[in-house]
Design a protein around this ligand. Structure first.
Ligand code: AMP
Ligand code: MG
Length: 414
């Protein structure tokens, strides 16, 4: 008789447990120029006003608005201020030739753009203002972007091009960011062959190419991890123990795929148990289900260990939903909630699973979602075809026209 199956663990509980087990790594200081994709470990508070001074938003003339009450006012042009230079005060009836980004002269309260003026033959140089001029027109006020003392970026925020530009506009050449998690990646499975080692026509019966290694490494690198690819670990206990011990020294996480199904004879599980601690979870999700979590001890602590399922789609989705948040926490990032959006299903799903399911779908030209016909957890073409997955609750059926929760794959790819 079969032994009773252990109850499945809800996905949210698995995620909570993983996050609770992880502490952010010690931060480091990096040049702002090199900080794209890193997670900020400090609040950024501005030491200055941006812009630092009132300046012109246009090429034209700085004026006193009350001197231009009516369209057609004629003003004397007494000075010229280009960006990077400053001028003297502006008197009654005077205009200053001014260019974009140049400081406003004292006394001026507005800019007339060049296109609304007419230069008159001099001397003296004069300009006719063809429009009336509201006070403040085309003036960029000091501090309108950022006030001194303002917190513009927060610890835990991920830095992208715009954030780097903003930090630089405050004069910051360096930023404190979370360390890059160091991840050791291995694959297990006697059936695995590395692409390049054996051509397809010479693959021995039962052999398959190691595909997990390729997408896992890419997913890790896109997150900003430093990946040590340890390849396929030989199917021997001593070799596995040695590889794990070595990996634990210089890495924050050891990530493997394959060999975590219930009852499977596998060398990784006993090796991790020997060197630390291992828990095997059955998670109520599909694709995915088996997941191993634990740690491998070293002299000054331990490296985290996660064993992903071997089926490629299971491995991919489990990585995105569980390992990615864990790595973000190691980087010191704020938790990224799943970005779900309501979308219309243009298909039926009459035979649901007991487990919460993530079905591969794609947006169609009619504004709805199409379903990939083969939802098997080994079918990597589904991940290439899909631009998202839908989050389907346990035992939930879907009828054409129903609203479903669509999760774009893009949220996991940067
Ligand atoms: P396992 O979790 O080891 O029982 O593996 C489940 C399925 O995933 C099996 O069909 C394996 O051949 C396959 N698999 C395991 N590891 C990989 C890998 N690195 N690349 C591609 N398929 C794999
Ligand atoms: Mg296996």
């Amino acid at each position: 008789m079969n032994a009773p199956r252990p109850p499945l663990m809800p996905l949210d509980e698995a995620l909570e447990r993983l996050l609770a087990a992880v502490q952010p790594l010690a931060p480091q200081v990096v040049p702002t120029l090199d900080a794209d994709g890193r997670v900020l470990a400090q609040d950024v508070v501005s030491a200055l006003q941006v812009p630092a001074f009132d300046n012109s938003a246009m090429d034209g003339y700085a004026v006193r608005s009350q001197d231009c009450g009516q369209a057609g006012a004629i003003l004397r042009v007494t000075q010229r201020i280009a960006a990077g230079h400053s001028g003297g005060p502006l008197g009654e009836g005077e205009a200053t030739r001014i260019f974009t980004g140049a400081p406003m002269p004292p006394g001026a309260d507005a800019v007339v753009m060049q296109e609304d003026t007419e230069a008159l033959d001099g001397p003296p140089a004069q300009v006719r203002v063809r429009t009336d001029v509201p006070a403040g027109q085309w003036v960029r006020r000091s501090g309108e972007d950022v006030q001194r003392g303002q917190t513009v970026l927060r610890a835990g925020q991920r830095l992208g091009p715009a954030e780097l530009g903003l930090a630089a506009s405050l004069g910051l050449a360096q930023l404190q960011v979370g360390a890059r998690p160091r991840v050791a990646l291995f694959s297990t499975g006697d059936e695995l062959v590395m692409p390049g080692d054996v051509p397809p026509e010479q693959l021995r019966p039962g052999a398959i190419y190691n595909s997990n290694r390729f997408f896992l490494r890419a997913l890790l690198q896109r997150m900003g991890c430093e990946v040590s690819d340890l390849g396929i670990v030989p199917d021997r206990r001593e070799a596995t123990v040695a590889a794990l011990q070595q990996a634990a020294q210089a890495h924050d996480l050891i990530l493997t795929s394959g060999g975590v199904s219930v009852g499977e004879e596998d060398h990784v599980k006993p090796a991790v148990q020997q060197l630390g601690e291992l828990m095997l979870w059955q998670i109520a999700m599909k694709p995915g289900k088996p997941l191993a979590y634990g740690h491998v001890r070293r002299a000054d602590g331990a490296a985290h260990f996660v064993g992903l399922p071997g089926n490629p789609v299971s491995s991919f989705v489990t990585f995105c939903l569980l390992v990615r948040p864990m790595l973000r926490r190691l980087q010191g990032a704020a938790v990224e909630p799943m970005q779900a959006q309501p979308m219309r299903a243009d298909f039926d799903w009459p035979r649901p699973d007991k487990r919460r399911e993530f079905l591969r779908v794609r947006r169609n030209a009619q504004g709805g979602l199409d379903l990939f016909p083969n939802q098997s957890s080994g079918v990597l073409t589904s991940m290439v075809w899909a631009d998202g997955v839908i989050d389907v609750a346990s035992r939930q059926t879907i009828a054409r026209g129903d609203t479903v929760a669509y999760l774009p794959l893009s949220q996991w790819l940067s």
